[in-house]
Design a protein around this ligand. Structure first.
Ligand code: CP
Length: 308
């Protein structure tokens, strides 16, 4: 089986069969990661550069770990400390790196569409590790993998995506993936953080009342308030956001059902999630991080073996 694409730029253009192949392959790699010897030779002689033009903890580390578990040679590039500060363009930077015989590029950039631009100009396979407010495909895949682990499948699953929908590449990739795989989706947050066109453009329902969204869902995927991407005041204060939309123990205890709590990280503790919820027994946040390695191994493996 092979993916229908040679890059992983987003979930939008993937077929459901691609998503299933990625999730099934991740399951095999998760078994490998639970063995005493966690390393396989699948990407021996493949060289991969991790190009991070924007900060990251989870994605950067788990891509590097995935590459090392697959025996690839790994180069890490951060824009800070590089010749980007001297004015070197993205394309010049990448072409210089590729001239050293690099086979694949993993890229995070604050500009939406940066990996799509690169894919038109370079021969190497590209994985988007998050581009601006556009997509974060491997996050959506690891979220889906984690939901599958808990619920056995995605079809008919009720997922509430809560918070800063407007600035969230995680929300967009999750919506594409979950809708392609037959889940039901509600987006919930303050009206100023949900685009007006949401229901017209995406197969989702908008719910502004968080208690109704939580009562409806099986899974609440809670997003970070992305203050760094907001160039205007979209709610009065973090304290007010927390009071109206923050998820705390009391709010969960009022539900007559048990739901699963997810968050892509990093968490603003006490804003979108209280610590006793983030660290509580309904949270699978650290399982999401663990699954990120297996999911990224699957993406790297399948994109390096187009005919496998
Ligand atoms: N979820 C996520 O992308 O986290 P990082 O920004 O730490 O990579």
């Amino acid at each position: 089986m092979a993916l229908s694409t040679r890059h992983l730029l987003g979930i939008k253009d993937l077929a459901p069969s691609d998503i299933s192949l990625l999730l099934d392959t991740a399951k095999q790699f998760k078994e490998v990661l639970n063995r005493p010897v966690k390393k396989v030779p699948s990407l021996r002689d493949i060289t991969i550069v991790n190009l991070f033009y924007e900060n990251s903890t989870r994605t950067r580390i788990s891509f590097e770990l995935a590459q090392k578990r697959l025996s690839a040679d790994v180069i890490n590039f951060s824009a800070s400390g590089s010749s980007v500060s001297k004015g070197e363009t993205l394309l010049d930077t990448v072409n210089n790196i590729l001239s050293m015989k690099v086979d694949m590029v993993v890229m995070r950039h604050s500009a939406s569409g940066a990996p799509h631009f690169l894919a038109k100009h370079i021969p190497a396979a590209i994985i988007n590790a998050g581009d601006g407010i556009n997509e974060h495909p491997t996050q959506a895949l690891l979220d889906a993998y984690s939901m599958q682990e808990v619920f056995g499948g995605l079809k008919g699953l009720r997922v509430a995506i809560i918070g800063d929908i407007m600035h969230s590449r995680v929300a967009q990739s999750n919506i594409y993936l979950l809708s392609k795989m037959g889940a039901e989706i509600v987006v919930c947050g303050p009206p100023t953080l949900i685009p007006k066109y949401m229901e017209a453009a995406f197969p989702v329902r908008v719910e502004y009342n968080i208690d109704k969204a939580l009562q409806w869902c099986d899974v609440a995927n809670v997003l970070r308030i992305q203050l760094e991407r907001q160039n205007q005041v979209l709610f009065s204060s973090l304290r007010e956001y927390s009071l109206v939309y923050g998820i705390n123990r009391e709010r969960l205890d009022r539900l007559n059902r048990r739901i699963t709590i997810m968050h892509p990280g990093p968490i603003n503790r006490g804003v979108e999630l209280d610590s006793d919820v983030a660290d509580g027994d309904q949270s699978i946040i650290l399982q999401q991080v663990e699954n990120g390695v297996a999911v990224r191994m699957a993406a790297l493996y399948l994109l390096s073996n187009p005919s496998s």
